[in-house]
Design a protein around this ligand. Structure first.
Ligand SMILES: Cc1ncc(COP(=O)(O)O)c(C=O)c1O
Length: 323
């Protein structure tokens, strides 16, 4: 199915154009207590924020404003760049938010910095731990180093050597563990539960990480205030929920659509079913967004904030990469 855009302004964070599925949802900017009762994720004792808490939109918005004060001096306000090519293809005006120019090369530095900045002195002494085969690893390593905190990053054996070296380059203690990401993650969570262990930083299911990513929404709306649609890639949902919260507060009429890989539509399936679920087997070239389940914090936020989710297959993604 073609996702046709009849718009004045449309913002793409990642270049997915033709979606195969679209699901409309109701969205109100109200402080809502979600009744989500499907807490599937493991709950590390020592994480930056409890990963089963319910976060109201108003609280998240306040967290985003606080995050900007804390991390603003340490990150770039990245540009919104008009894309002639995508504007022509969609008969609308398309801007790209160039987070590839962010510190460490991705938006992940925002959330990780905010998580580190919210640690207590006692937690800072213990250091932080995470699992990642990519952007989150570098975000945590960079952030911890900037704030004088030690970082341990567990990476699965499949991690490309360039990403291992980049993470080491930010002074993290890199431990190669497990065949795949899930094994590295399980180990990081296990370690974080021990006494005086480093504090676990989730890639998306963490109040401060979501708020850090939400600072992107403030920048988008300041730079292109008449935007009427945001299109945002969805993995675990931290990026999209953070941005949507900030941007919808500034313009309640704004629509926000998530984009997932067709073979890994975990947020789409969860929103459809009304509880956290997702595919068992995933295989996609979109490694950054291949997350099997949305988070216990992000899912209820997504229920309130996302107007729909579209999926794209790997062939469509490959075509866009050639543009
Ligand atoms: C490039 C890129 N885009 C989008 C995402 C999705 O972010 P989230 O997991 O917060 O939904 C990721 C996650 O790692 C990513 O690396």
């Amino acid at each position: 199915m073609h996702y046709s855009l009849q718009l004045n302004r449309c913002l793409f964070l990642l270049l997915f154009l033709e979606g195969s599925k679209q699901k409309k949802r109701q969205t109100d900017f109200v402080a809502t207590n979600s009744t989500n009762n499907t807490m599937l994720a493991s709950q590390p004792t020592n994480s930056t924020s409890s990963n089963s808490e319910t976060l109201s939109l108003e609280q998240l918005y306040q967290d985003i404003l606080e995050a900007r004060k804390k991390i603003g001096p340490l990150i770039h306000h990245t540009p919104m760049v008009k894309s002639d090519t995508f504007s022509k293809m969609t008969e609308s005006t398309v801007y790209l938010k160039e987070e590839n120019l962010q510190k460490t090369g991705s938006f992940k530095a925002r959330g990780a910095l905010n998580a580190c900045a919210n640690l207590s002195e006692e937690q800072r002494q213990r250091g932080v731990i995470c699992a990642s085969s990519g952007n989150h690893a570098q975000g945590v390593a960079y952030s911890a180093h900037r704030l004088g905190i030690s970082a341990t990053v567990l990476m699965p054996k499949v991690t490309p050597i360039a990403k291992i070296n980049a993470t080491k380059g930010y002074h993290a203690n890199v431990v190669i563990h497990g065949e795949v990401f899930d094994e590295a993650l399980a180990k990081a969570v296990e370690v974080s539960k021990q006494e005086n262990a480093p504090i676990f930083i989730s890639p998306f299911n963490d109040r401060y990480v979501i708020a850090g990513q939400g600072t992107i929404g403030l920048e988008i709306m300041e730079d292109v205030p008449d935007a009427d649609i945001l299109v945002i890639p969805v993995g675990g949902g931290g990026l999209s929920c953070g941005i949507a919260c900030a941007a919808k507060k500034m313009n309640p009429k704004l629509k926000v659509y998530g984009v997932e890989a067709e073979s890994c539509p975990s947020m789409l399936q969860s929103l459809d079913q009304g509880f956290i679920t997702g595919p068992t087997n995933i295989s996609t070239i979109c490694d950054g967004i291949s997350v099997k389940r949305p988070g216990t914090i992000t899912f209820p936020l997504a229920q309130q904030l996302l107007d729909g989710v579209v999926t794209v297959d790997d062939f469509e993604v490959s075509k866009v990469r050639l543009i």
